[in-house]
Design a binder for this molecule. Structure first.
Ligand code: BTN
Length: 306
């Protein structure tokens, strides 16, 4: 209902009477008033007078009603431990494909290889629960799709040159704008869910602990609408996942990466490897040429360009 009320207020020029809203939506004026109070408490600047209501300004909020076509599958929390925790619970309880968990900030945000992901206000932190009908072996392609689509979305929306770094980082001029973490649960040979968590530095200022990070605000010189960015990314990513694009995703990804043909150090939970990143296989494993001339495939790890 809040989404519908906001739509009426946004469409109308000037003040709209409570009566007009009430008759358009078929609910009582008291009920309209309660929803408007809630919206005001949530940061919407709505002027209320004896003549009616006028929307003065909206916050850059990520409430479900800001995404009308997806409202039922969006869960927003001002603060959580990690959106990955909430998403895992929802997935195990059977939530539908493409449910999205969004947080205003996280107090125990998780990065790859058990690192902490600092998640202060202003950034974009969300996890998408996917239920693709694919075998676990193909599941890594979903992460590559997420990073490629995000890089393309950023390049289309802002005047930047975002590239992908193996396995799933987004870099602009060598500095990290976004990282992706995923979790998968499978039964026998079928994926039950893949949770893809994205952290994007949008209006937050990366701290001195993240010297190689940069935010979109720093790159573009002005505040960015997280709502617009998230909405565009979700649309693009959903089209990709639900269509046939996964078949060719690695080939496309390779065209946008800064990792291939350079000397890299790969840190996995088991070992540290160094060599030249010569190629990727059809599922995204990195193929390294080691010092002795032999090649080695690495499925997952942290990659340092050296
Ligand atoms: C990395 O680069 O190490 C991956 C970072 C992934 C961070 C995102 S923020 C949303 C989701 N929730 C988390 O706790 N982590 C991911």
């Amino acid at each position: 209902m809040k989404g519908k009320i906001l739509k009426i207020l946004k469409a109308g020029q000037g003040v709209i009477s409570g009566e007009a809203i009430s008759s358009e939506l078929g609910i009582s004026r008291v009920s309209i008033w309660k929803h408007l109070r809630k919206l005001q408490e949530s940061g919407y600047n709505i002027d209320a007078s004896s003549k009616g209501y006028q929307l003065i300004s909206s916050p850059d909020a990520l409430f479900p009603w800001e995404f009308p076509a997806r409202e039922k599958k969006i869960h927003f929390f001002p603060e959580v431990t990690s959106t990955m925790d909430i998403a895992r619970d929802l997935a195990r309880k059977g939530c539908p494909h493409f449910t999205v968990v969004i947080a205003g900030c996280q107090n125990r945000g998780r990065g790859r290889l058990k690192r902490l992901w600092l998640s202060s206000q202003g950034g974009l932190y969300f996890t998408i629960i996917l239920r693709p009908q694919i075998s676990p072996v193909l599941s890594l392609r979903v992460n590559f799709a997420a990073s490629l689509i995000l890089a393309q979305t950023l390049n289309n929306m802002f005047d930047i040159d975002a590239r992908v770094k193996w396995p799933n980082d987004i870099l602009v001029d060598g500095r990290k704008v976004s990282g992706i973490l995923s979790e998968i649960e499978a039964e026998a040979d079928i994926v039950s869910f893949i949770n893809v968590g994205l952290g994007i530095n949008v209006n937050n200022d990366p701290t001195d602990d993240e010297p190689k990070a940069v935010s979109l605000k720093q790159l573009s010189g002005s505040e960015i609408s997280r709502k617009r960015l998230l909405s565009a990314f979700l649309d693009n990513f959903e089209n990709c996942i639900n269509g046939k694009a996964l078949d060719n995703i690695i080939r496309e990804w390779k065209k946008h990466t800064v990792t291939l043909n350079r000397y890299v150090k790969i840190v996995t939970v088991r070992e540290i490897l160094e060599g030249i990143a010569i190629d990727m296989d059809e599922n995204g494993a990195l193929i390294l040429e080691l010092a002795d001339g032999s090649t080695k495939k690495v499925l997952y790890g942290d990659c340092f360009h050296i």
